[in-house]
Design a protein around this ligand. Structure first.
Ligand code: MG
Length: 263
């Protein structure tokens, strides 16, 4: 099932995406009663998807990013794959939705795209044992871990480089039907203005989704709607004002955002 979050008549709602998946104009949202983090019912009240504004599919309390989780990407930036996963935060204020604009920050001259599979947490959890990881995941969505690369190089902590406003596009919806094995072998692609920049498979991750959930929840409680970014494949590169960047993940969908100058 695909669950989108959207605004309608000034209200925010969740809906199940139905209809012809081959064309955006064929998609309909069946508005759900309540929210997707508990048992819910479909209302049967349907709206065409192209008549609403999609929002970030969840509002995370925190986004935990994982650095250097694809060996080829670590190598392209001149790094080894670390012995322990590199974890960092992106603040809730960095999150934007499908179609929202990425505002190029004034303090950087080198902003990069990073296409990533995002894990959406479905329930409050901590110290999750490996065999329970599947139970704490609501589903998966596409993410762009937009990064001010020059700032990342010049500052020890990545809070500004990876945490600036609009640096965490998520969407277009949460796909809940992928099990761990399926999520661990998906094609992931990034295009800029229609030109392919990144192409990889989630099977190239150094640490698996299970590894990451175990590692993170050893340290902290995750809440419903929290998001883990699982790292990016090789091919990262610059974004410029006016670009349109799209992250596509097999079996999930495409997340598209334009880059504008920060106003
Ligand atoms: Mg990243």
């Amino acid at each position: 099932m695909r669950i989108a979050r959207f605004s309608i008549d000034g209200n925010v709602a969740f809906g199940v995406v139905e209809g012809d998946q081959s064309s955006p104009d064929g998609l309909v949202l069946d508005i759900i009663k309540g929210h997707p983090f508990a048992e819910f019912e479909r209302s049967g009240r349907k709206v065409p998807l192209n008549k609403v504004r999609l929002l970030p599919p969840v509002l995370p309390n925190k986004v935990i990013g994982i650095g250097r989780n694809y060996a080829e990407h670590a190598a392209e930036l001149g790094h080894e794959v670390p012995d322990v996963p590199v974890a960092f935060f992106k603040p809730s204020t960095s999150v934007i939705g499908p179609g929202d604009t990425i505002a190029y920050p004034s303090f950087s001259q080198e902003v990069h795209h990073e296409a990533e599979l995002a894990v959406v947490i479905g329930r409050m959890c901590r110290e999750v044992p490996r065999e329970r990881v599947k139970d704490v995941i609501l589903g998966y969505t596409c993410a762009n871990d937009v990064t001010a690369r020059d700032i990342q190089r010049s500052e020890n902590q990545w809070a500004r480089a990876k945490g600036f406003d609009t640096s965490c596009p998520l969407g277009p919806w949460v796909e809940t039907d992928l099990d761990l094995a399926a999520a661990a072998d998906l094609a992931i692609m990034c295009t800029v203005n229609g030109e392919q920049r990144q192409l990889g498979r989630t099977s190239d991750m150094v640490r698996s989704i299970e590894d990451l959930v175990v590692h993170i929840t050893e340290a902290m409680t995750l809440l419903p709607g929290d998001v883990i970014l699982t790292g990016t494949p090789a091919g990262v590169g610059p974004l410029n004002v006016g670009d349109e960047v799209a992250v596509t993940i097999e079996g999930i969908g495409t997340l598209t955002n334009k880059v504008i100058k920060r106003g």
